[in-house]
Design a protein around this ligand. Structure first.
Ligand code: PEP
Ligand code: MG
Length: 582
């Protein structure tokens, strides 16, 4: 008799296989007191475990295939950096000596303190860092407890498909499991923004997280079905259930294969309107995936990833090299470089400003204008890279036109400096702004007079319009891309950009959500920027959409005060869409 366990589907796809229970829960750590004479050797034992953990991670990194997207190796890099960070490498030593305690306990105390500090922060990126701390600490604690034995999730050889079931899995664990041909993963802990979830999506491994005590319910070697689309785990499926999911799996694979044939096709609505699909990237290495899906350049390059997990900001030269190589690798397609969107609370060490409400505090362009020693080298690097291909500069989180004027003034000063130094740059470098604050959206006509293009950042625009923290689960129900106020703002921004005759794109998650694609087309959007992984699906929807017909329906929809009716009308926009889910 099949039993269903609901969880959160964080990586799509169906898998059918035998459970392989991996014990990756919290490590049981006991405290014991040491005499002074043993403290030196305890510190040595701790250092040895750190060195072994480092060695394990280096081995995992070396085993990542060369064609894997760049963000994957970056996760391992994050863990390596954490192992070297004084907060994890040195503080526990001080605790061992001060409290005469064992290394496991000292590490636990330090990790608990760090996690308590993270818990008070208001930032999605930092919350994923919490998972990283847990994974790194667990690796070291297991080495301490097991006297140096690794905790690699090794699976026995098997011809049958296997599904890993664990309390928690780190990105490093997933790399190893992937190499051992794991079919899917199911965990108690984790969320859609965790690095393990992001990695599972990149590797196309179906994944469900958030099933409490999952390994108490599942037996080793029991048959399971993982439905990553709906976040449902089924144990002990009967023949009819297995057959149903086998058919679903086959049709999803066929749909996926069909989508790949769209790579070289133009993106054009069924009534002939060309639509531009660009990619969001985070690291230069992401360009390979962009090319694979045929994106028309980069609509959003989140440069903050060059700055995270390090003590020093990258120099102008280092940034110039990264930007130059990226634009050159695009072979003539445009590269939109967004200037730093760091919050004061993000993991870039030299900038320390404690804000009582970081989401509303000194972040993005506010921080850059405040810390010109951070901003100027980036602007110079972007200007210098602009002679190697079509570069555009994009400023995030603009609140008012004064900030635009300040940025343009600084840019002009740097241009004069470069001219005087005979360093070439594109004199016509287009400068755009992100519209992600309601104040900017409402006054967008004024912004458009000063800028060459606009990009709508709906992730933040929704959060600020609805006064709803995008990562606070307690108010998740209010974070709604379909809220009428959000839709009206998006339409207003697009109309204003059209009136000003400047391009406008949308680069938040809404652009990457196929069920919202027709709605955005109806609102007048003709440029999307989205992660390469969902680009072909969105292209499929566009190629099967008649924009003129959609636009006839939008006026009434934007007058709809009833949320349920609004949702139903939006669903109806998609009703004749050919099946494509995979
Ligand atoms: C956005 O806010 O929609 C956006 C694209 O920026 P980020 O997600 O990097 O804040
Ligand atoms: Mg944003």
């Amino acid at each position: 008799m099949p039993t269903a366990y609901p969880g959160i589907g964080v990586s799509r796809g169906i898998a059918i296989g035998k459970a392989r229970i991996l014990q990756h829960g919290q490590v049981e750590v006991l405290e014991y007191t040491l005499p002074t004479s043993q403290l030196d050797s305890e510190v040595q034992r701790f250092r040895h475990a750190l060195a072994q953990a480092r060695e394990q991670l280096l081995q995992i990194r070396a085993r990542i295939p060369g064609d894997t997207p760049g963000n994957i190796a970056a996760f391992i890099e994050t863990h390596l950096l954490m192992l070297d960070d004084a907060t994890l490498a040195e503080e526990p030593e001080a605790i061992i000596r001060a409290q005469h305690c064992n290394a496991e306990w000292a590490l636990k105390l330090q990790a608990d303190a760090l996690l308590r500090a993270f818990a008070t922060m208001d930032d999605a990126y930092l919350k994923t860092r919490c998972d990283d701390v847990i994974h790194v600490v667990r690796r070291v604690q297991q080495l301490l407890l097991q006297g140096g034995e690794g905790h690699e999730p090794l699976l026995e050889e098997s011809a049958e498909p296997r599904i890993a079931v664990a309390a928690d899995l780190s990105p490093g664990d997933l790399v190893l499991l992937h190499q051992q041909n794991i079919s899917a993963i199911v965990t108690e802990r984790g969320g859609p923004l965790s690095h393990t979830a992001i990695l599972a999506r990149s590797l196309r491994i179906p994944a469900i997280v958030g099933i409490p005590h999952v390994h108490d319910y599942i037996n080793n070697h029991e048959w399971l079905v993982v439905d990553g689309n709906h976040g449902t785990l089924l144990s002990d499926p009967d023949a009819a259930t297995t057959h149903f999911y086998q058919c679903k799996q086959a049709s999803e694979q066929a749909a996926y294969d069909r989508l790949q044939t769209l790579t070289d096709q133009a993106c054009r609505s069924s009534d002939g309107i060309p639509i531009t699909l660009q990619a969001n990237i985070e690291l230069p290495e992401d360009i390979a995936e962009l090319k694979r899906v045929g994106a028309e350049g980069v609509g959003l390059y989140r440069t903050e990833f060059l700055f995270l997990n390090r003590e020093q900001a990258p120099s102008e030269e280092e940034q110039f090299t990264a930007y130059r190589e990226t634009v050159e690798s695009l072979n003539g397609a445009p590269l939109t470089i967004r200037t730093l969107d760091l919050g004061a609370d993000k993991a870039f060490v030299p900038v320390r400003h404690i804000s009582s409400n970081p989401v509303l505090g000194l972040r993005a362009v506010r921080l850059c204008l405040n810390e010109t020693s951070l901003f100027k080298p980036q602007l110079r690097a972007i200007l210098r890279a602009s002679v190697y291909g079509p570069v555009q500069l994009l400023i995030p989180m603009l609140t008012n036109t004064g900030e635009i004027d300040q940025c343009l003034h600084l840019l002009n000063t740097l241009k004069r400096e470069l001219r005087a130094q005979h360093i070439p740059f594109d004199e016509q470098l287009p400068v755009g702004g992100m519209i992600e604050i309601p104040a900017a959206a409402l006054c967008v006509d004024q912004f458009a007079r000063r800028l060459d293009f606009l990009a709508i950042g709906t992730n933040d625009l929704i959060q600020y319009t609805l006064a709803t923290d995008r990562i606070d689960e307690a108010v998740n129900h209010l974070y709604d891309p379909l809220n009428l106020a959000v839709l009206r703002l998006i339409r207003h921004i697009i109309r204003s950009a059209n009136e000003a005759e400047i391009p406008v794109s949308l680069c938040g998650e809404m652009a990457a959500t196929p069920s919202l694609t027709r709605l955005l087309l109806a609102l007048g959007l003709t440029r999307f920027s989205l992660p390469p992984t969902t680009l072909l699906e969105v292209k499929h929807v566009i190629n099967h959409s008649n924009i003129k017909l959609l636009q006839q329906q939008i006026h009434e929809l934007l007058q709809c005060g009833n949320e349920a009716l609004l949702r139903q009308t939006i669903n109806e926009l998609n009703s004749d869409l050919p099946e494509l889910s995979f």
